[in-house]
Write a protein that binds this ligand. Sequence first.
Ligand code: PNS
Length: 209
Amino acid sequence: MPRTASAVFRDCVQRPARIKSSRGNPFLRGLLKDIVAIYPGSFDPVTNGHLDLIHRGSKLFDRLIVAIARNMDKAEPLFEMDERKEMLEAMTSELDNVSVDIFEGLLVQYCVEKNANAVLRGIRAVSDYEFELQMALMNRKMEPRVETVFMMPAEKYSYLSSRIVREIANLGGPLTGLVPEMVEERVRRKIAQKQTYAAGLHLKRRAKS
Ligand code: PNS
């Protein structure tokens, strides 16, 4: 015989030790939150906008996995995957329910692997919406058990993206307030390395011709 909501509630409140998980039981969800969310992205590099969203997500979900996508389509990245992971780990170390990982392949497959029930994505402006909607609906078609949750970062980050950070840094502009200090330092070092390497290559080519 199916159990009533009040019986489930009694079990949950009076004998919480017996209940290991709310997963699969709609009565318990909300009483015993057990929501694992994945926050996927390129994070090349992590910005203050990403960190704002991670802090918001960590308050909403029981566990939040920041998942760096190994994306073969993207043009030459600034940072290697391990470097991005290292920076994200350093920036989220004080958040107990947040971990950082790298994934490859379909996001929804990764969600199933991690028993995640939600995907967290940030929407900064209306211009983000079309792409995000397409992605959320396609992900839902492939894996209906996973919901996409959109959150807005603070308004002061609504114009911020990793791409714009890379562009400003490449042209020697200021990154203050856009990324944490430690990330700014690493971005500057990385760009200086790349520029020295490119200049060396250019000189070699000229010497050959
Ligand atoms: O930071 P980004 O570049 O906006 O992140 C995009 C990302 C990594 C979330 C998206 O490209 C993704 O989910 N890639 C994994 C491959 C996948 O599942 N593709 C189908 C999406 S409908």
